[in-house]
Design a binder for this molecule. Structure first.
Ligand code: ZN
Length: 192
């Protein structure tokens, strides 16, 4: 599907990262939930089809793969000062990308409302969209509108090629952009 791509380059830069001292006791109480969530996210990001897609995207955007020094998959969520949670962020100068989970409260609410299968699909796709978004920041730095527009385009290009075209999948994918997932990752560039 993405013929120029070689595989696995970015997945070798991914590590699971727990910041225990930085999170509150309530989050630590749910460590087993967050670890499960994290493992699922890693699997979604390591999918060969997704890795191939990322290589293709980086080439198309002329973003050098060496610009990415590491991708930290955070076990615990992180709130901004305004209370919203980050989906990800990118230290553009150091090439350091972080991907964060949704807080457990939101996850449980979501699971109750839409079911476990839909939540899992949402969580995996949310992380994929967040990684696409943060990689694009390496090129477009603080141009948030451009990054959002391209994230949407690239994410749908990927899912069109790799999801079954079912109404359920489409609904999950629409949720990614409706539920603040990517709004959360803005305004937090380390561009100094
Ligand atoms: Zn952004």
């Amino acid at each position: 599907m993405f013929p120029d791509a070689s595989t696995g380059l970015l997945s070798s830069k991914m590590t699971i990262n727990i910041d225990l001292p930085r999170v509150g006791c309530s989050a630590q109480k749910h460590i087993s939930y967050y670890l499960k969530y994290c493992r699922f996210v890693v699997k979604s990001l390591e999918l060969a089809s997704f890795q191939q897609f990322l290589c293709w995207m980086l080439k198309k955007e002329k973003i050098e793969e060496q610009k990415v020094s590491c991708i930290d998959i955070k076990v615990f969520p992180r709130r901004r000062k305004n209370g919203k949670c980050l989906a990800g962020n990118c230290d553009v100068n150091r090439g350091k990308i972080r991907i964060y989970p949704k807080p457990i409260k939101v996850c449980l609410f979501f699971t109750q409302k839409f079911g476990k299968q839909t939540f899992m699909a949402y969580a995996g796709n949310r992380a994929q969209a967040a990684l696409i978004h943060e990689l694009l920041h390496l090129k477009y730095v603080a141009d948030e509108p451009k990054v959002r527009e391209l994230t949407r385009e690239y994410f749908f290009t990927f899912t069109k090629n790799h999801s079954v075209n079912s109404p359920w999948k489409r609904r999950v994918n629409t949720l990614i952009f409706r539920l603040d997932a990517l709004d959360e990752s803005s305004e937090n560039r380390f561009t100094k």
